[in-house]
Design a protein around this ligand. Structure first.
Ligand code: ADE
Length: 254
C-alpha cells in the first residue's frame, strides 16, 4: 500500500501478469512480484480513506500481510528530513474519548498503541537500512536544499496518525510534549498508518510500515514537497518494496 501515487508508479510497471480491479472507487493492481502474489493499492489521504482501502484488501482480496510506504513529518529530535522511520507501533493522536476512556485509546481496543508485526518489521528494517545507505550516496541533496554531505538515517519506533497536516512549530511541540509526558516517545506524524494498523488488527493481518521524513511538521517550508517526493520518497519506497519482497519468504514457505 502506498500513500502517494508517485510511490506506486514503478511498482505497477514491475508487476507480472498485472490485472486492474476497481473497488470502492479505487484502483487495485493484482499480479506477481518477486514470486509473491501481491495487490498494489493507494491508501487515499486520511484515516477513513486508508481504512476503507485496507478493508477492501482484507475482504475482497484476502490479503494476509500489508507493507505500507509514505511520507511523514519528523517529531523526534534526531529525525531529520531525508531520514526514514520504520514503525514499531502506531497511535491515533486525534482520538480523545477522555474522560470516559483513556486519552488516545480507541474504545474497544486493548491498548493505546497498536503494534506492527515483529517478524515483518525486522525484515523491513533490514531492507530499509540497506536502501537508505545506498540511495543516500546517490541522491543530489543540495538540489533539495540540504547539505551536500547529508547522510540519511533509519529510525525505529512510534509513529502517530491523525486527520491533520501538522505544519506549525506550536502544534508539533504540543503534540510531542503531550505524548512524551504520557511516556510515548514519538518519532513521526502522518495521516493514515494508525487506521491501517487498526483494521489490520481487526482482520488479523500482519502489518508493517515505513515512512520517509519529508518535513519537520513545523513552519519551515524550505523544501519543495513535490520534488522531494519524486527524488527521495518515491525512490526509497520503490527500492525498499523490492528489497523487502525479494527477501520475504513466500506465504506457503512460512
Ligand atoms: N505527512 C508528511 N508530513 C506530514 C505532516 N507534517 N503532518 C501530517 N502528515 C504528514
Amino acid at each position: 500500500m502506498s500513500a502517494l501515487p508517485q510511490e506506486q508508479g514503478s511498482l505497477v510497471q514491475a508487476l507480472q501478469q498485472p490485472e486492474r480491479i476497481e473497488r470502492a472507487g479505487r484502483s487495485f493492481y493484482r499480479g506477481q512480484l518477486h514470486g509473491h502474489d501481491v495487490v498494489l493499492a493507494l491508501s487515499g489521504i486520511g484515516k477513513v480513506a486508508a481504512a476503507t482501502t485496507t478493508t477492501v484488501l482484507a475482504e475482497h482480496f484476502g490479503v494476509t500481510r500489508i507493507l505500507f510506504t509514505g511520507v511523514a513529518g519528523g517529531l523526534g529530535d534526531e529525525v531529520r528530513v531525508g531520514d526514514v522511520v520504520v514503525a514499531q507501533s502506531y497511535l491515533q493522536h486525534d482520538m480523545d474519548a477522555s474522560p470516559i476512556f483513556e486519552r488516545w485509546l480507541v474504545p474497544g481496543y486493548a491498548s493505546i498503541t497498536m503494534d506492527c508485526n515483529i517478524a515483518l518489521t525486522q525484515q523491513l528494517a533490514l531492507a530499509t537500512g540497506l536502501c537508505v545507505e545506498q540511495d543516500g550516496h546517490a541522491i543530489d541533496w543540495p538540489a533539495l536544499g540540504l547539505e551536500a554531505g547529508h547522510r540519511p538515517r533509519m529510525h525505529q519506533g512510534l509513529i502517530v496518525s491523525g486527520d491533520r497536516f501538522v505544519s506549525t512549530q506550536r502544534e508539533s511541540q504540543a503534540l510531542r510534549s503531550a505524548l512524551t509526558t504520557a511516556g510515548h516517545d514519538v518519532l513521526a506524524v502522518e495521516m493514515e498508518g494508525a487506521s491501517v494498523a487498526q483494521v489490520c488488527a481487526d482482520y488479523g493481518i500482519a502489518f508493517t510500515a515505513v515512512r520517509t521524513i519529508s518535513d519537520r511538521a513545523d513552519d519551515s517550508a524550505h523544501l519543495d514537497f513535490g520534488l522531494f517526493v519524486e527524488k527521495v520518497a518515491s525512490r526509497y519506497a520503490d527500492h525498499i518494496a523490492h528489497a523487502f519482497l525479494k527477501a520475504l519468504p513466500t506465504a506457503a514457505g512460512g
